[in-house]
Design a protein around this ligand. Structure first.
Ligand code: PFF
Length: 443
């Protein structure tokens, strides 16, 4: 077996993990899901889930990886044996499902960089911008071409390996991303009429909350934190045991929440300022923000910056969705990195074809009333990630149990009583909350 690669520095690891967490989930999905679910109240529930067990699960995954120094399947086999590796296999499968729709949306962002740069989206009229977006995504070829280009970029970074590929990309891209985000938030907040959006976003309206709100929030936490499919486990497996995991997990969690919160601040005030509906769904970012840019002096430049930001965020996340399955094939089947990446990328692209066509020629083909794109999104976010997270919590809390505490505290990582709280969160709080939300919504 070849020697396992490791991150070059602590900063590099934290940036890579934050790069995984901060992605389309924060900038594209979070604002429209918040808009769909009543604004402020959703934000509160989201944060409660993060503090309740999201951070604990993030740390549990990193710990599993750091201890086992293996891919998800290998880690569960080494530390648990019996049927536990199935959780790892579920993660590998989830990676394919998520990438199949992720690269489609990421492709849209690439296309929009070009459209902005050429000044093609000059309108403040929601109908015109909505029609332009609808027409673009319904095209059978163009979005696929962009998805292919994006997949090739992901493959290029992942082929570079851990420190020279993934870490290097993240060290540069993540700080740039935060600077761009701040610039755009400032611009959105100073738009005339932004106040109504701010009120919608920051004042909880509890009358809009129902069981579905909790379901949306829990799925969003799993997706945004990159937990439940072994991504953080895999990134943790490239750590040496000296890393202070609680601090790393907390930093990543805070950066991720901050990016989501700022994205809401960037999109929702603008939505209200221009009289759009906050529940416009997946098109929200692509339809609303061009209107903001059209209204600004130098707006095209802001537009190019924004979609570049989105593409960067998507790239560093997509890389992390691919890595667990790549590391599985390298560890368990001794295939070379370049070869797994090439094959897996082609498979993901083929799976993306029906997802992309869901917005055009195949929009009428539905399963359980959902298009292929919606079905993949639903399966991954509402089922596979929560179930993967549930099994991980049960595994670390009960099957691994006390030795997990020992593995965590081998270098004085987490003082008592926090270590004990962490274990009980995994044993009781996370399982009960996840099962309760899944059962009330799916039955
Ligand atoms: N966290 C990423 C985002 O918010 O866009 C998406 C993601 C990455 C999901 C990695 C799952 C994963 F394992």
């Amino acid at each position: 077996m070849t020697v396992r690669e490791h991150w070059g520095s602590r900063f590099g690891f934290v940036m890579a993990a934050a790069g995984s967490a901060v992605g389309l989930g924060n900038i594209w999905r979070f604002p429209y899901v918040t808009g769909d679910n009543g604004g402020g109240a959703f934000l509160v529930i989201y944060l409660a889930i993060v503090l309740g067990f999201g951070l604990s699960l993030l740390m549990a995954e990193m710990l599993l990886g750091r201890t086992a120094q293996r891919n998800p399947v290998g880690a569960f086999r080494q530390l648990g044996g019996r049927a536990w590796p199935l959780v790892g296999y579920l993660g590998v499968l989830t990676g394919f499902v998520i990438l199949s729709f992720y690269i489609v949306v990421a492709g849209w962002t690439l296309a929009y960089i070009g459209q902005m740069a050429r000044g093609l989206l000059h309108s403040r009229d929601p109908d015109v911008l909505g029609a332009a977006f609808g027409q673009f995504v319904a095209d059978p070829w163009q979005p696929l071409l962009y998805a292919a280009v994006f997949m090739a970029l992901v493959a290029w970074v992942v082929t570079g390996g851990i420190s020279r590929g993934i870490e290097r990309a993240n060290r540069w891209l993540m700080p740039i991303l935060f600077v761009l985000l701040l610039v755009l938030v400032l611009r959105a907040l100073t738009l005339p009429g932004a106040g109504a959006g701010l009120a919608f976003y920051l004042t909880p309206d509890w009358s809009r909350v129902n069981a579905g709100t909790y379901f949306a929030a829990i799925s969003q936490v799993f997706f945004s934190f990159s937990i439940g499919m072994g991504t953080m486990l895999t990134y943790g497996s490239y750590l040496s045991s000296r890393e202070n995991l609680p601090r790393a997990a907390l930093t990543v969690g805070v950066l991720d929440c901050l990016a989501a919160f700022l994205s809401g601040l960037m999109v929702l005030p603008a939505v209200f300022a221009f009289g759009f509906s906050p529940s416009a769904g997946p098109g929200l970012t692509f339809i609303t923000l061009p209107a903001v840019f059209a209204a600004l002096p130098g707006g095209d430049l802001f537009g190019v910056l924004f979609f570049t930001l989105l593409a960067i965020a998507a790239l560093t996340s997509a890389v992390s969705i691919l890595e667990p399955l790549v590391s599985y094939f390298i560890d368990e089947h001794e295939v070379s990195r370049a070869r797994v990446v090439a094959v897996a990328s082609v498979v993901c692209f083929l799976l993306a074809v029906p997802a992309s066509l869901s917005f055009g020629p195949w929009s009428d083909i539905t399963v359980f009333g959902m298009t292929w794109f919606d079905l993949m999104d639903f399966l991954a976010n509402n089922l596979m990630l929560p179930v993967g997270g549930l099994m991980t919590a049960l595994f670390v809390g009960w099957a691994w149990g006390r030795p997990a505490l020992k593995a965590l505290s081998n270098d004085g990582d987490l003082p008592q009583p926090w270590a004990g709280v962490w274990l009980w969160v995994l044993r009781v709080v996370a399982p009960i909350a996840i099962v309760w939300i899944l059962v009330t919504n799916l039955s």
